[in-house]
Write a protein that binds this ligand. Structure first.
Ligand SMILES: Nc1ncnc2c1ncn2[C@@H]1O[C@H](COP(=O)(O)OP(=O)(O)OP(=O)(O)O)[C@@H](O)[C@H]1O
Ligand SMILES: [Mg+2]
Length: 168
């Protein structure tokens, strides 16, 4: 299933992610895709805020994994940009992390799908064709966990319907 949304600035992307976090359950996996600066970390920040994390969420590019225990669900925030081999991702124990009673968000997660459980929500952020702060978000469910929440996902995304036709 594919859903599309559009935002006109970073605060909207954070707000959308915060609203989506309300659907999250223990064991969920969210892959954040999109080029450098597309807004993957901004999405994770909004998602954390929605869970009730009050720590500042920073990019885990160098630390690879950060865990935020303070919200409704524990949140693991991972960035695999610097990993060059799938084995490094396997060594990080991502599959075990997803088994945890936490929600796990992985920046560049689309690049390491073979090392992950085949049950996730992919959020692909892209620069909009209007220059500046517009972004499109394409959401795709893989496997049953998020597909079962399709209607709820649609309802959450409704306020951020894209200005133009589908971009996914
Ligand atoms: N609509 C928008 N949504 C998200 N970020 C936006 C938007 N408009 C502008 N921005 C800006 O784009 C940048 C997004 O940076 P962010 O670190 O979230 O990207 P990223 O995808 O995580 O990059 P990286 O690949 O380096 O990890 C921020 O400076 C943010 O303020
Ligand atoms: Mg980032």
């Amino acid at each position: 299933m594919n859903l599309v949304a559009g935002t006109t600035g970073v605060e909207q992307t954070r707000a959308l992610a915060g609203a989506l976090s309300g659907l999250a359950r223990a064991g969920d996996l969210v892959l954040l895709a999109g080029e450098l600066g597309a807004g993957k970390t901004a999405f994770a920040q909004g998602f954390a805020a929605g869970l009730g994390v009050d720590e500042v969420v920073t990019s885990p590019t160098f630390t690879l994994v950060r865990t935020y225990p303070g919200g409704r669900l524990r949140m693991n925030h991972v960035d695999v940009y610097r990993l060059e081999h799938l084995q490094e991702v396997i060594d990080l124990g991502l599959a075990e992390m997803v088994d945890d009673p936490a929600v796990t968000l992985i920046e560049w997660g689309d690049a390491v799908v073979p090392a992950l459980p085949a049950d996730f929500l992919e959020v692909r952020l892209a620069y909009g064709d209007q220059a500046g702060d517009h972004r499109s978000l394409c959401l795709r469910t893989v496997g049953p966990a998020w597909a079962a929440r399709e209607r709820a996902l649609g309802a959450v995304l409704a306020p951020w319907a894209p200005a133009r036709g589908p971009a996914c």
